[in-house]
Design a binder for this molecule. Structure first.
Ligand code: HEM
Length: 427
């Protein structure tokens, strides 16, 4: 039967709204119509071609010359003049980092800078992540309720990010204030007033990132990815440019922080909604790495990414003109039945869970993926061990920051009976 034209929600390309509630709460579900009927469509509202099937999203990621990542950090909402002026006043000049750099510059830089991400180097961070996770669980274990976002994930992932980058301890508090503004600035749809406020915060973030960078430059002998990059700049100044360093000093914090905080909240939410799975990982923590991968697939924290077509081409049989902008929806690809059987189900033993596209794919695939996996694994180990009787607080309305790409609940309230904490009953 035909849907009632008066009450039916606007569906199809014209109704696609990546700043609306349906997309925020469930990007894959809100795009099922597309995967099933029109897997590549033009969104007039956004001015982007939207790609939603697994094979097509992967194909776009795979060819980073035909589909350039140069627009990955461009503001998706054109800003008003006042906001532009505000950013200019702060000398804001976010430019190419890695994620939005074209070849051959990108690969030369990525190869030069990859060493701090190798498993052996990452292992150094494990005790810090474990200690932080324990301290934060300690701080609320007796309370019986917590907002896991504000009370743990947001803080721990930021501290880990700042340590990984090598930010001096005394500057961490200031940087903490700014990071969210970049997400709204880049992937959000702020109103005029918000644009100016966000521009102020982004401008201050940019300037402060520069100050911190200068400080590290004066003594780059310390640990961390930014001091490492500065040391390397002496050998290859044309690969590791000043513009790169300043841009990465700011973008790197967001890349390492919000993505991972969101991933942790998304993971706990979906696990508690699938109680038997939660109980299984409580009983057998060796299953946690599988749970992490399936959480990243089922409820990942990067919902969509962007590419620019550099020549006339086609995606999934649909002609795409040179200069077209593409929004490739990883979250939709991750729920594509054509690749993942019973894709909407959470399956701890899914044999191809790691095929998910939450970290992207190909030559730009997330460099921090194993750091993120380590954090998620440790958080789940600590929470399942200390608070296996954890449950989602029933009376909460879960909200998301409206933006195309970075996805996680603003708050995640959980509750438990502290009298039943295992450490009390079996110390
Ligand atoms: C790139 C997701 C955590 C650093 C990316 C990309 C995605 C992504 C989608 C673009 C991939 C592409 O274009 O193919 C995530 C998610 C995370 C996470 C979902 C957490 C769950 C981290 C962490 C770091 C990090 C902890 C640590 C610094 C980077 C870097 C790139 C990148 C440097 C650029 C790589 C390149 O262009 O060669 N990430 N990320 N990410 N990520 Fe992550």
């Amino acid at each position: 039967a035909a849907a009632c034209p008066v009450t039916a929600p606007v569906s199809g390309a014209a109704g696609f709204d990546p700043f609306g509630e349906a997309y925020q709460a469930d990007p894959a579900g809100s795009l099922r119509w597309s995967r099933d009927g029109e897997p590549v469509f033009y969104s007039p509202e956004l001015g982007y071609w939207v790609v939603t099937r697994y094979e097509d999203v992967k194909a776009v990621f795979r060819d980073n010359v035909l589909f350039s990542p140069s627009i990955a950090l461009e503001k998706i909402t054109p800003v008003c003049e006042e906001a532009t002026e505000t950013l200019a006043r702060y000398g804001y000049a976010m430019d190419r980092t890695l994620v939005n750099e074209d070849e051959p510059a990108h690969m030369a830089r990525r190869r030069a800078l990859i060493d701090p991400f190798t498993p052996a180097r990452l292992a150094h961070h494990e005790p810090m992540v474990r200690r932080l996770a324990r301290e934060y669980v300690d701080s609320f274990a007796d309370a019986g309720k917590a907002d896991l976002v504000d009370d743990m994930f947001w803080e721990v992932t930021l501290t880990v990010a700042l340590h990984f980058l090598g930010v001096p301890e005394e500057d961490m508090a200031t940087l903490r204030k700014y990071s969210i503004a970049h997400t709204v600035n880049t992937w959000g749809r702020p109103s005029r007033d918000e644009q100016v406020a966000v521009a102020e915060a982004v401008g201050k973030f940019w300037q402060f990132a520069g100050t911190v960078l200068d400080k590290i430059r004066r003594d780059p002998s310390g640990p961390g990815w930014m001091p490492y990059s500065i040391r390397l700049q002496r050998e290859m100044p044309e690969v590791i440019t000043d513009s790169y360093l300043h841009s990465m000093m700011m973008a790197g914090i967001v890349a390492a922080h919000e993505t991972t905080a969101n991933a942790a909240a998304n993971a706990v939410k979906v696990l508690l909604e699938n109680r038997t799975v939660w109980e299984e990982i409580c009983a057998d923590p060796s299953l946690i790495p599988y749970a992490v991968e399936e959480c990243l697939r089922h409820n990942g924290s990067v919902a969509a990414w962007r590419r620019l077509a550099t020549a006339d081409t086609e995606v999934g049989g649909v002609p795409i003109p040179r200069g077209a902008k593409l929004l490739i929806v990883n979250a939709s690809a991750n729920h594509d039945e054509r690749h993942f059987e019973h894709a909407d189900e959470f399956d701890l033993r899914r044999d191809n869970a790691a095929d998910h596209l939450t970290f992207g794919y190909g030559s730009h695939q997330c460099m921090g993926k194993n750091l993120a996996r380590m954090e998620l694994q440790i958080f789940l180990e600590e929470l399942t061990r200390r608070l296996p009787h954890l449950e989602l607080a029933g009376d909460q309305q879960i909200t998301y920051l409206p933006n195309t790409s970075f996805r996680g609940p603003d708050h995640l309230w959980v509750q438990w009976d502290p009298a039943a904490n295992p450490e009390r009953t079996d110390p």
